[in-house]
Design a binder for this molecule. Structure first.
Ligand code: DOR
Ligand code: ZN
Length: 345
């Protein structure tokens, strides 16, 4: 039995830091584990220009604890009126690593997102030419589409069109939740990949709805039925370079999760690696963990693998029921549970 695992330092290819005090409170959890993170731009107001991205990056860098090396990789929030020139310049200047497509009103702070994907086709053409990665929140927002079908429908209505019109565009299908998305990504060329969150590997939709509403298991896209979870697990441990780690850690205070209209998002940053490792361990696939966590993402983004290593060891890790953030309670993913791995100090 493998009890110790030393791998290249992992990166988180999809993450929400927020801003201000919350950001300063959550950055250390991520910086402790990951060398880099793709930082989502859905602030209020969103990060829509290179100037805003540069300032936001500086605020994050100032929040990294002393003695830790951590690099935030910034993303541009696409809108109907994104200026391709500003985006291209931001990428050339090393400010933006990727741009994020939120269909308008698909999720938290996405009201300024794209109302019709074809409106940003000129931007996508420029991104394809410049090699800028497109990160996609792949859910339709149409009211006639059941919330559990919104990802699969997005593939048919939008993803196939994007890939057909921009065959060389690098696309990351973010936080995939369905067997449909796994199959779609596999069917595309090497320029199409996907991130997978820990929660979608651990839970199916029962965890959200059985025995009472479970707000801390609610995120978007919502967890789907068990067959989909199993397809995601198979993809994650398969060794395919198309699938890599992206936590989608999304901090919302307990007070806005446990209320009559609770926010979508799971705060998994504090024990993210331990959470993923539990899955790889259960699947008998610890030997595939480094590829998923540390190698596939950099290869896709065209970035070097982190030089440093991290050592993980088999040991009981008790996850607290709550953590404090800005003087208020926040409930971490796996609250009250015991996980089987920890980061060796
Ligand atoms: O659950 C989610 N929370 N999904 C998203 O797409 C956004 C995120 C957030 O920002 O809270
Ligand atoms: Zn997200």
């Amino acid at each position: 039995m493998t009890d110790i695992l030393t791998i290249r330092r992992p990166d988180d290819w999809h993450l929400h830091f927020r801003d201000g005090d919350i950001m300063r409170g959550v950055v250390p959890y991520t910086a402790r584990q990951f060398g880099r993170a793709i930082v989502m731009p859905n602030l209020s107001p969103p990060v829509t220009t290179a100037a805003l991205g540069k300032d936001y990056r500086a605020r994050i860098e100032a929040a990294v604890p002393a003695g830790i090396t951590f690099t935030p990789l910034m993303t541009c929030y696409l809108t109907d009126t994104t200026d391709p020139e500003d985006l291209a310049r931001g990428a050339a200047d090393g400010i933006f690593t990727a741009a994020k497509l939120y269909p308008a009103n698909a999720t938290t702070n996405s009201a300024h997102g794209v109302s019709d994907v074809t409106k940003i086709y000129p931007v996508l053409a420029r991104m394809e030419a410049e090699g800028i990665v497109l990160c996609v929140h792949g859910e339709v927002t149409d009211n006639d589409i059941d919330v559990f079908d919104r990802e699969a429908e997005f593939i048919e209505r939008h993803m196939r069109g994007i890939i057909a019109n921009f065959p060389d565009l690098k696309v990351v299908f973010e936080h995939i939740t369905t067997a449909d998305a796994v199959e779609f990504v596999k069917s595309c060329g090497p320029n199409v990949a996907a991130t997978i969150t820990p929660q979608h590997l651990h839970i199916n939709r029962n965890a959200m709805l059985v025995g009472g509403i479970q707000p801390h298991n609610y995120c978007l896209p919502v967890a789907k039925r068990e067959t989909h979870r199993l397809a995601l697990r198979a993809a994650a441990v398969s060794g395919s370079p198309k699938f890599f780690l992206g936590t989608d850690s999304a901090p919302h205070l307990r007070s806005v999760k446990e209320t009559s209209c609770g926010c979508a998002g799971i705060f998994n940053a504090p024990y993210a690696l331990e959470s993923y490792l539990a899955v790889f361990d259960e699947e008998g696939a610890l030997d595939q963990f480094e590829a998923f966590a540390s190698l596939n993402g950099p290869a896709f983004y065209g970035l070097p693998v982190n030089e440093e290593t991290i050592t993980l060891e088999r040991a009981e890790t008790a996850v607290p029921e709550t953590l404090m953030l800005t003087g208020e309670e926040i409930v971490p993913w796996h609250a009250g549970q015991t996980l089987g791995w920890r980061i060796a100090t």
